[in-house]
Write a protein that binds this ligand. Structure first.
Ligand SMILES: NC(=O)c1ccc[n+]([C@@H]2O[C@H](COP(=O)([O-])OP(=O)(O)OC[C@H]3O[C@@H](n4cnc5c(N)ncnc54)[C@H](OP(=O)(O)O)[C@@H]3O)[C@@H](O)[C@H]2O)c1
Length: 245
């Protein structure tokens, strides 16, 4: 196996969008580490699929809610593969509900996973990225258009990632490292199933009138991780079926 091959870390890579990103990057010839928190079996399945594509893979249990987990996860990936080239900040939680019903514990949980962990993982990863390195963060279409009530906490958390991405582009650009953010619309995953109770109105809010498959988001992450995106940084990419149109 080529020890100089590109190595990516995909947080929350055991299911949904993260799993699709892990597999797409493996198809692109990238070795892939994923993190997960609860579903070891699903994580092992993704590792098996990446290996079946001829790439190296490892799954690291790392709770994004734990502030000490990020540095340890990055350390393990670098110990395993000897390098790190691409970070995909994907792990996230969606806590929706009326403003009056969101408790301080909800705020803490969402900000810990969706914001603090992204910051800390990026900070730890940036210490290992060389020129050509990539930081790709998964935001949300709700940073661009909030179509109804109940999204205060989630939209707040995801919107902060746009500011982080632009600041990262400035901070890391001098080292030849890019930072970009992808804003998915409704994507058919465990978090937001296309046959769930709120699926109809979400699909109707898009121009295409449907949910995305996770691989449709992964395709844009693949572009941003690859050589054709060498001059793209600090940018936002809506992969939302026209949700913001
Ligand atoms: N689905 C959508 O419609 C949609 C739209 C816009 C943006 N997004 C964003 O896209 C990202 C992925 O969403 P998804 O729909 O694929 O979610 P998902 O189906 O719920 O999968 C979440 C993934 O993140 C992992 N994860 C969750 N909490 C974690 C934690 N505390 N520490 C480490 N890993 C954790 C899960 O691991 P386990 O399997 O171990 O639980 C799983 O691999 C999220 O940031 C989400 O906000 C999703």
């Amino acid at each position: 196996m080529d020890s100089n091959s590109t190595v990516a870390l995909v947080t929350g890579g055991s299911r949904g969008i993260g799993a699709a990103v892990a597999l797409r990057l493996a198809e692109d010839g990238v070795d892939v580490a994923i993190t997960y928190v609860s579903d070891a079996e699903a994580a092992a399945e993704v590792v098996g699929k990446v290996e079946a594509l001829g790439r190296r893979a490892v799954a690291v249990r790392a709770d994004a809610g734990d502030p000490d987990a990020a540095e340890e996860a990055v350390r393990r990936v670098v110990a395993e593969f000897g390098r790190l080239d691409v970070l995909v900040n994907n792990a996230g939680v969606g806590v929706l509900g009326p403003l009056a019903e969101l408790a301080p514990a909800d705020v803490d949980r969402v900000l810990a996973v969706n914001v603090r962990a992204v910051f800390l993982t990026t900070q730890a990863a940036a210490a290992h990225l060389d020129a050509g390195g990539r930081v790709i963060t998964i935001g949300s279409c709700m940073t661009q258009r909030v179509p109804g009530p109940g999204g205060t906490l989630y939209a707040m958390s995801k919107s902060s990632l746009t500011g982080l991405t632009k600041a990262l582009a400035r901070e890391l650009g001098g080292r030849g490292i890019t930072a970009n953010i992808v804003h998915p619309g409704p994507v058919d995953t465990d978090m937001n199933p296309a046959d769930g109770p709120y699926a109809g109105p979400q699909a109707a809010m898009t121009a295409l009138g449907r949910f995305a498959a996770p691989r449709e988001v992964a395709a844009v992450v693949s572009f941003l991780a690859g050589p054709d995106a060498s001059y793209v940084t600090g940018a936002e990419f809506a992969v939302d079926g026209g949700h913001a149109a």
